[in-house]
Ligand binder design. Structure first.
Ligand code: FMN
Ligand code: SF4
Length: 518
């Protein structure tokens, strides 16, 4: 029987040589004349083990990693086609604690299947949500999504069912589904992993969104820095079209939906939904004032659902297993699962899908294994560049939208960036202001001007110039930005700045001013 060897084609694996490893394995197969084939799968999300190669054996899939091309002859010699022992062997993939302890609903297939095989997709529960949706009315689909408690995973945590109902109820012959795949937050990669590792799931979620709201056209808006995701999505859309999954009659149902991928030019603010819509329309990526809501007047002035990749990708499982099944996971008003992304100075960086409700300490120390450097954790930034810095003294914070908000933080797109005790938090505060100054769309004054004044003020503190007055000025400026900005770029930049100042005051102690030389 032909043995299957899996080598990820995910960008994170490619970055550390997965293509070269796949080529080395193919060469070795040929040289040895063994009956084996290489399948390029998505990533399982254990990024510190990439390229993680798996071999399908009678005992299940056995993982080896991180594999370099030079390791390949030794792996064959050690009998890795039968799951043989080797220093790089981690045993059965599903028994690796990082994977075993997860609740994989959205990422159930990612890393398991060939991302571009529709047969694989079907074999692992793909299209079940859509088939269910085809038996339901638009109102019933919207009600199911509302009942599941799903909240937008792009950052704001807005209830997806309410958004869909607004679009369903909005008058208009033309409506759109826009998938926000800009994924600009630092330390986040779950959207990319879906697009590269399980693109049909996103397509399925978008078709269901279209059926629920009356939209017949969808766009995936993503960043030019994601070439592999773009290519995989485009190929998957073509395959889906050929299989009648997209087009004038979805699976012969008589209902139409089609979609395409659009590439952004790389502005953080183009992840903000109204700026994204402008960019999609071919205009400059500048924020629009709300109202009108995009749900009522969005793309080209038509009712539009704008949802994050993970929000849309969560819908098929909700319809397949039922809203009550999904809602049962989580805590408080944070229902379901969330793909946490661990990055920065962390031992076990990667993607970990779990129900809401773990503590931040469990995530960073138990799952992430603490810092890669082995030094103590000093701070973690949760929720991207606009998220607050949390010190270990707040590690009892529960991963839940409300619990983070209560501590002046946010979950955002669930990215966590870890820093050890060598980080200078004043520099991080300066970086937040500088980032805002560079990425500001310029539409409103608190953000456009405030961020530049913020950089200057942090510099004054660093230089020891009137430090107490400068700190008070910084707090005042942050207050103005928080309440006076039009969108969350200017409005949330104060979170990293003020959390750094509040939790790490020692890093803001005035530097001694040098005596002037005589
Ligand atoms: C500056 C800025 C950048 C944003 N970037 C993203 C992004 O990259 N991806 C995303 O899904 N949402 C992003 N958002 C949030 C979107 O505006 C919007 O809330 C989201 O796409 C709605 O989808 P959801 O309800 O499924 O989360 C950003 C918001 C702001 C203010
Ligand atoms: S807060 Fe900044 S990014 Fe947002 S609208 Fe104002 S200037 Fe533009």
């Amino acid at each position: 029987m032909t043995t299957t060897i899996f080598v990820p084609r995910d960008a994170a694996a490619l970055a550390v040589g997965a293509d070269r490893v796949a080529a080395a394995i193919s060469r070795e197969i040929e040289m040895r004349g063994v009956d084996a084939r290489v399948v390029r799968n998505g990533s399982r999300g254990l990024l510190w083990l990439e390229p993680m190669v798996e071999v399908r054996t009678e005992h299940g899939r056995i993982a080896y990693g991180p594999v370099s091309p030079g390791d390949v002859p030794g792996l064959f010699a050690a009998g890795f086609l039968e799951g043989g022992a080797h220093p790089l062997c981690h045993g059965r993939t599903r028994d690796i604690p990082f994977l075993r302890n997860q609740t994989r609903l959205t990422f159930a297939r990612c890393g398991v299947t060939d991302p571009l095989s529709l047969d694989d997709f079907r074999a692992y529960s793909g299209l079940k949500g859509l088939e269910k949706a085809l038996t339901m009315s638009p109102g019933e689909i919207v009600a199911a999504v509302a009942e599941s408690g799903l909240r937008g995973r792009g950052g704001a945590g807005f209830p997806t069912g309410i958004k869909w109902k607004t679009v369903l109820d909005a008058p208009g012959a033309t409506k759109y589904i826009v998938c926000n795949a800009d994924e600009g937050d630092s330390g986040t990669f779950s959207d990319r992993m879906v697009m590269e590792g399980d693109p049909f799931m996103l397509i399925e979620g978008m078709i269901i969104a279209g059926m629920a709201t009356g939209a017949t056209k969808g766009y995936v808006y993503t960043r030019s820095e994601y070439p592999h995701a773009i290519e995989t999505m485009r190929r998957a859309i073509t395959i889906a079209r050929e299989a009648n999954l997209l087009g004038p009659s979805i699976l012969g149902s008589g209902r139409a939906f089609d979609m395409e991928v659009r590439e952004g030019a790389g502005a953080y603010v183009c992840g903000e939904e109204t700026s994204l819509l402008n960019s999609l329309e071919g205009k400059r990526g500048i924020v629009r004032a709300k109202p009108p809501l995009p749900a009522l007047q969005g793309l080209f002035g038509c009712p539009t659902v704008v949802n994050n990749v993970i929000s849309l990708a969560s819908v098929p499982v909700i319809l397949d297993r039922g809203p009550a099944f999904y809602k049962d996971f989580g805590v408080g008003r944070s229902h379901g699962t969330i793909p946490i992304q661990l990055a920065g100075n962390v031992k076990h960086g990667g993607l970990y899908e779990t129900a809401f409700g773990l503590s931040l300490g469990e995530i960073v120390n138990d799952i992430g294994g603490g810092t890669l450097s082995g030094r103590p954790v000093k701070a973690v930034q949760v929720g991207g560049p606009l998220g607050a810095y949390f010190p270990p003294s707040l590690f009892d914070t529960i991963f839940d939208y409300e619990a983070f908000a209560a501590r002046d933080g946010l979950i955002g797109h669930a990215g966590i960036v870890v820093f050890d005790d060598t980080v200078d938090m004043l520099k991080q505060a300066r970086f937040a202001m500088e980032f805002c100054a560079i990425e500001s769309c310029g539409k409103c004054t608190p953000c456009r001007i405030g961020s530049t004044r913020g950089v200057e003020t942090v510099d004054r503190i660093a230089a020891g110039v009137e430090p107490e007055q400068s700190k008070a000025l910084l707090a005042d400026l942050c207050n103005t930005m928080k309440f006076g900005s039009l969108c969350a770029l200017g409005g949330f930049t104060p979170y990293p700045v003020m959390s750094a100042l509040k939790h790490f005051p020692e890093d803001f102690a005035p530097a001694p001013i040098k005596e002037a030389a005589e």
